[in-house]
Design a protein around this ligand. Structure first.
Ligand code: ATP
Ligand code: MG
Length: 427
């Protein structure tokens, strides 16, 4: 019988790669903490209706990509394809609005979409996201964008560009929708099949069709910007001014839309030219209508989500995996020595040192080779005579200097030890 393999569109994140993930998550955690965003963890599955209402039946995500199933209690359940809907459900259910003021939240975790797997596109993938609920200030839009940009910069990514647009308010968009549909209807037969389908259900999304003929048709379509009300224009100007003040560059892209009624005003996408076809690393915008749509109090909100896998593809090109810093590598041979070595290793760990204990029982020569490769600063050696004397050999791996010390005093003088290790590491 063949062995079982991971499902198509899923993959293992092995320890070498997990080091990158931890590093990015650590940077994000720091940035969010400095910006007063607090982490929220919501369930990985929810009632299917949440996504149908919260993302929209007319979207690809809900229409074609959801992992839905009926559970043993006959409920329709869906593995979350994104997390804004879950966060908003939690916000409403836990009455976070009642805590007053603005809720700044962030999350990270796996998402699930039934898509054709390819580079940068999986069926289980991970997003890092931020949401600000309760502010209609254009500075909130600028703040979330700035945090995304700073995070991408802090992990060293370059060659990023940002597209920006405004889809206006509900009324602006309704007027635009009408203009767009009357323009497109005569071309109906020439549109790609998806776009024909969207013409009645979600016409704004036709603007970002990848089909060539559809793109040609769309070039002369009415412009969304011409349908913005003076208030929407002012809001968009304020967002742009704030971005300019923050030295964040962007290009206006009138065809960047999020098609549904509860998306309002700002829409943006950050792309990398180093990614090939799946170029978007971060997408977001304002969704002033969503909380009400999901049964909560009318609440303005803005946020984004980043694709972690795409970040990792870029990051691996840029730098080696960050490696854990080991202080000691412990080698031993002989029953008594091996028992003492375990105790010494554990005692050092309790005092905060990083310690790798060689468990192989192989010849000293082989253990020493592994010590050299381990990245540790010093090696602790115990053989029969050290075991008998309750001593150990401490060997500094860079200089090769070695000295015998009593185990008891060695374990008590850890302040000096720490200084020596720090010195050796910075040398
Ligand atoms: P795309 O156009 O690439 O399908 P999307 O509009 O479906 O993106 P969003 O729902 O806005 O994407 O999700 C935000 C980010 O999550 C994307 O920009 C991307 O980086 C990442 N992402 C989305 N779907 C996947 C996937 N199947 N595999 C890996 N990353 C994904
Ligand atoms: Mg998609």
């Amino acid at each position: 019988m063949g062995s079982i393999r991971a499902l198509r569109g899923t993959r293992d994140i092995l320890p070498d790669e997990a080091a990158y993930w931890q590093w990015v998550e650590g940077e994000a955690r720091q940035q969010f903490a400095r910006s007063a965003y607090r982490e929220i963890r919501t369930p990985i599955f929810e009632e299917t209706g949440l996504f149908a209402r919260g993302i929209g039946e007319a979207t690809d995500v809900v229409g074609k990509e959801m992992y839905s199933f009926t559970d043993r209690g006959d409920r329709s359940i869906t593995l979350r394809p994104e997390n804004t809907a879950g966060v908003v459900r939690a916000y409403i259910e836990n009455k976070l609005a009642g805590q007053g003021g603005v809720q700044r939240l962030w999350y990270t975790g796996p998402m699930f979409r039934y898509e054709r797997p390819q580079g940068g596109r999986q069926r289980q993938f991970h997003q890092l996201g931020a949401e600000v609920l309760g502010s209609k200030d254009p500075r909130a839009d600028a703040e979330v964008i700035a945090i995304a940009q700073d995070l991408l910069k802090s992990i060293g990514l370059t060659n990023l560009t940002m597209d920006l647009n405004s889809v206006g308010n509900k009324r602006d968009r309704a007027a635009y929708r009408e203009a767009l549909v009357s323009y497109l209807t005569p071309y109906k037969d020439e549109l790609d099949a998806d776009s024909q389908d969207r013409l009645t259900r979600n016409p704004l999304r036709i603007l970002d069709s990848k089909n060539e003929r559809t793109q040609e048709i769309v070039v002369d379509a009415p412009n969304l910007q011409d349908h913005l009300s003076p208030e929407s224009k002012t809001f968009f100007d304020q967002v742009q001014q704030a971005l300019t003040d923050l030295n964040i560059s962007y290009q206006l892209n009138p065809r960047l839309v999020r098609g549904l009624d509860y998306y309002t005003h700002t829409a943006f996408e950050i792309q990398s030219s180093d990614l090939g076809a799946q170029a978007t690393v971060c997408g977001g915008g304002r969704y002033d209508g969503l909380i009400e749509q999901l049964g909560g109090p009318a609440t303005p909100a803005v946020g984004w989500a980043m694709g972690m896998e795409r970040l990792m593809i870029l990051l691996k090109e840029l730098r080696d995996a960050p490696c854990a810093e080991m202080d000691f590598y412990v080698v031993s041979r002989g029953d008594a020595a091996q028992a003492q070595a375990l105790n010494i290793a554990q005692s050092l760990r309790r005092q905060g040192f990083g310690v790798e204990l060689d468990l192989s029982g192989s010849a000293f020569g082989k253990q020493f080779k592994r010590a050299d490769r381990s990245g540790a600063i010093a090696c602790i050696i115990l053989g029969d005579s050290e075991a008998e004397n309750k001593s150990l050999q401490l060997k500094w791996l860079q200089s090769g200097e070695q000295e015998e010390q009593a185990q008891a005093s060695f374990l008590q003088n850890t302040d000096t030890l720490r200084q020596q290790i720090n010195q050796a590491r910075s040398a």
